[in-house]
Design a protein around this ligand. Structure first.
Ligand code: GLU
Length: 446
């Protein structure tokens, strides 16, 4: 980060947010990308704009007590970081995972500001969650936890204020339990207060598939831009959650050969191509482990102690979690001939991995561009809720597709304009930033 101004901003952030390494990492990446913009438009550093953009507007931390099936009590910590409302109501998911802490939520909320900006819809950035571990919990335990979590969260959200949705550990079931509790406490059917709702009660078709489909729409544009397509490409996908499953579905539709999936216990390698129905059965219906897939599928091997990134492929789509792909893994992918990497998860590639890709000419798309389809379709759900209408699957899917193509084009054109051809990361960071920064300038120092 050569500019002393940007360096100062980053040092302030590190000093004010000690120990929050993921937040530091996400902010550093964006600030570094802004170097050419700041040079051309020094006005973006006026009136402490950069200092304001890295400081959340509001951070809420609360106690979440709940009772398990044996009658024992537990206390978890709940978070909602309302980062930026420059473009619209705070918008972003809730993550339930034992690794959740304030730094993780801040990194996710910070990313969300620029991601939401890139969608072209009117959404600010926020994120929340809890260190609650849903693994192994009964349906009743999940319900009681969600109800307790919403009992506090409901004071802070609203369709024009802050609109949460899902993320890791929070899917349709959890959104249902949280919406039920919200509706009960507020005595008001405010459909637009949460997204990712069930289709019968205000949800949007395609929202479930949107992050995975959107990722593949984006990746397909990257391949097209390089003069090729998905047909017959060998693709590795990590993860086996909502993003991975629907990315695999769309990849297979486009004729790609998807040969891996993973969870925290290891990965499966299936050279015949994944059996998606079986994967959905194991992960979505039975809520089981990825090994169960291999146990039921003769062509698949379960690997518990290796790296999924050792598997040879043309395209790699990390769809599990932050920093799952480091510099060594990136070097392995490059050695094996991978030409395209697009992030389905939020910040799955470490800064070292991104450096390796850039040095080797691998086209790399950052999550805030390539995984924006989920939140974009949340924005479409909000549109439908506000109009009290329901779109067909095709209508929503076409809007999603167009948004992803637009994000692709904006990222690549902005990168080119600022002198970094083919660098999706710099292009996405700059394009996402400019819209937020211009709005902040319009609204004065707040
Ligand atoms: N958690 C998703 C993301 O990382 C979606 C958020 C939303 O739909 O609000 O973008």
């Amino acid at each position: 980060m050569p500019s002393t101004r940007l360096q100062e901003v980053y040092s302030t952030l590190v000093a004010n947010n000690p120990g929050e390494s993921e937040f530091h990492q996400a902010a550093k990446e964006v600030l570094e990308s802004l170097e050419p913009v700041i040079k051309e438009h020094p006005e973006y550093t006026d009136r402490a704009l950069l200092e304001r953009i890295i400081e959340p507007e509001r951070q809420i931390i609360f106690r979440v007590p709940w009772m398990d099936d044996k009658g024992e009590y537990h206390v978890n910590r709940g978070y909602r970081v309302e980062f930026s409302s420059a473009l619209g109501p705070y918008k972003g998911g809730l993550r339930f995972h034992p690794s959740v802490n304030l730094g993780i939520i801040k990194f996710l909320g910070f990313e969300q500001i620029f991601k939401n900006s890139l969608t072209g819809l009117s959404m600010g950035g926020g994120k929340g969650g809890s260190n609650f571990d849903p693994k192994g919990k009964s349906d009743d335990e999940i319900m009681r936890f969600c109800q307790s979590f919403m009992t506090e969260l409901q004071r802070h959200i609203g369709e024009n204020v802050d609109v949460p949705a899902g993320d890791i550990g929070v899917g349709g079931r959890e959104i249902g339990y949280m919406y039920g509790q919200y509706k009960r406490i507020r005595n008001s059917f405010d459909a637009g207060v949460l997204t990712g709702k069930g289709i019968n009660w205000g949800g949007s078709l395609v929202r479930t598939e949107a992050t995975g489909y959107g990722l593949v729409y984006f990746a397909a544009e990257m391949l097209k831009d390089a003069g090729t397509n998905m047909d017959g490409k060998k693709v590795i996908v990590s993860g086996a959650g909502n993003v991975a499953i629907y990315a695999i579905e769309k990849l297979q539709e486009l004729g790609a050969d998807v040969i891996t999936a993973s969870d925290s216990s290891g990965y499966v390698y299936d050279p015949d191509g994944l059996d998606l129905d079986l994967l959905k059965q194991v992960k979505e219906v039975e809520r089981g482990r990825i090994k169960d897939y291999a146990d039921k599928r003769p062509s698949a091997t379960f690997v518990s102690d290796g790296s999924i990134w050792d598997v040879e492929c043309d395209v790699a789509l990390p769809c599990a979690t932050q920093n799952e792909l480091d510099g060594d893994a990136a070097a392995k992918l490059v050695k094996n001939g991978t030409k395209f990497v697009a992030e389905g998860a939020n910040m799955p590639c470490s800064p070292e991995a991104i450096d390796v890709f850039n040095a080797a000419g691998v086209r790399f798309a950052p999550g805030k561009a390539s995984n924006a389809g989920g939140v974009a379709t949340s924005g479409l759900e909000m549109e439908q809720n506000a109009a009290r209408s329901h779109w067909s699957f095709d209508q929503a899917d076409q809007r999603l597709h167009k948004i992803m193509v637009d994000i692709h084009d904006t990222s690549i054109e902005t990168a080119e304009k600022y002198g970094f051809p083919d660098n999706y990361m710099i292009g996405a960071n700059i394009a996402g930033f400019i819209k937020v920064a211009d709005s902040m300038i319009d609204m004065g120092v707040i």
